[in-house]
Design a protein around this ligand. Structure first.
Ligand code: S3P
Length: 436
């Protein structure tokens, strides 16, 4: 386990190009692996998680070329995965495990999906339920991995997602596009739509409808074949979140982020940054395969920092789910603090993120209240340097490295290597942007 010492900083200045978005990289890896032909993916995520998806695709018969410039070439299996010779190792990646389950369930082989100790604790009934309704044969151990899938033909269902989860939605859509009939899925709380955009890019078709007061509904016909694509993956806004939050901590911050993913279903963070006193200027924006990619400049306007707390509850929790740890970590340093509720999903991420945020806030001397589904953290507090327990959770390690920039005294982040799950360049980028 590696430790990083974080010294307080006096400002945040400079520009940064983020590695490719983790969510989008997973979807492109999986769909390219199934498609016919060779896909070329530029700015693929450097995080370990999407590389778990790539390795699974290789084990299922796709060939993968990893170039030094972070571009990837994947030649897919043209619709027919082969029987893997060993369990499919999803590492730390819930996205890989859940989405892959839907992707392989109709192929006539036996697939065993395994993960690391954190992934093995995470709930998998949420994908087994809809897939079993479609006819899939899936064994779990106490609701968890290892997952054993006995591939069999699937038939369409009409499914309403009980929890807002883009991973569950994706598992159903991936299974549905290979099932018999038209699978429908409705979500009353909208989750990120990268799967929908990626499916269109790979040539799949579906319909999407939303009438007032009705959940959004997707209908995807089965029996579809995918073709390869050339795509550029936008920079990861969930990785950018750490630096956007860091910028808020210093009145003279100046940060430029380029090639940033700004998909509206992921960009709620930009409104939150503005509400916390950030001034965001969009310098460029373009669209690529349905995803917005832009360059933004971020400064701080201290006059905009409101004294009222930032309130995040449903449906915003689903849209900000991966950014909540860093928003909570900096909350004591904001003027109005944070009231976070309806965020119980945080307890079943790579760690119990509510417990770990609470533990580390306490270590830094913050006052707050913990609830089963969230935290209430007053603003205008000061933090002192502390030993941070990341729980080997990448987002906890990075979130508290940001809070530590405005603490009195140094902090040490235990398990700092976990940042490489989504953002291996994080500590180097932090060193180059933080002025001491
Ligand atoms: C993801 C969806 C979210 C998120 C995860 C990535 C995705 O999980 O927390 O890091 O790529 O679809 P849920 O959909 O389970 O909330």
């Amino acid at each position: 386990m590696s430790t990083q010492i974080i010294r307080p900083a006096r400002s945040l200045q400079g520009s940064l190009t983020l590695p490719g978005d983790k969510s989008i990289s997973h979807r492109y890896a999986l769909l390219a692996g199934l498609a016919e032909g060779t896909s070329r993916l530029t700015n693929f995520s450097t995080g370990a998680d999407p590389h778990s998806s790539l390795a699974c695709m290789e084990a299922l018969g796709a060939s993968v070329l990893r170039n030094p410039d972070n571009s990837i070439e994947i030649t897919g299996v043209a619709g027919a995965f082969r029987q893997p010779s060993a369990p499919l190792d999803c590492g730390n990646s819930g996205s890989t495990m859940r989405m892959l389950s839907g992707l392989v369930a109709s192929h006539p082989h036996t697939f065993t999906l395994i993960g690391d100790p954190s992934l093995t604790l995470r709930p998998m009934e949420r994908i087994r339920n809809p897939l079993m309704q479609m006819g899939a044969k899936i064994d779990l151990t106490d609701g968890h991995a290892p997952i054993v899938i006995h591939g069999t033909p699937l038939y369409a269902i009409d499914f309403a997602t009980p929890i807002p989860s883009a991973q569950v939605k994706t598992a159903v859509l991936f299974a549905g596009m290979q099932a018999e009939g038209v699978t429908s899925l409705s979500e009353s709380i909208l989750t990120r739509d990268h799967t929908e955009q990626a499916l269109l890019a790979f040539g799949a078709s579906f319909t999407r409808s939303r009438s007032p007061n009705e959940p959004a509904r997707l209908s995807i016909p089965g029996g579809q074949r995918l073709h390869a694509v050339d795509a550029t993956i936008p920079g990861d806004i969930s990785s950018a979140a750490f630096f956007l939050c860091a910028a808020l901590l210093f009145p003279d911050s100046n940060l430029v982020l380029d090639s940033l993913g700004m998909n509206p279903t992921r960009a709620a963070l930009l409104d939150v940054i503005a509400a916390l006193g950030g001034r965001i200027k969009v310098l460029t924006v373009e669209e690529h395969h349905g995803e917005l990619i832009g360059t933004i400049q971020v400064n701080v306007d201290p006059a905009k920092r409101t004294a009222s707390p930032l309130i995040i509850n449903s449906p915003l929790t689903a849209q900000l789910i991966d950014e909540l740890p860093v928003l909570a970590a900096i909350a004591p340093l904001t003027r109005g603090g944070l009231i976070l509720r309806n965020a119980q999903e945080l307890r079943v991420k790579e760690s119990d993120r509510i417990t770990l945020v609470a533990k580390n806030l306490r270590a830094m001397g913050a006052q707050f209240t913990e609830y089963p589904d969230g935290l209430e953290i007053p603003g205008n507090q000061s933090l002192h340097g502390a030993t941070i327990d990341s729980g080997s959770d990448h987002r906890i390690a990075m979130a508290f490295a940001i809070a530590a920039l405005r603490a009195t005294g140094d902090s040490e982040i235990l398990g700092a290597e976990s940042a490489s799950i989504s953002f291996p360049e994080f500590f180097t980028a932090l060193d180059s942007l933080a002025l001491r």
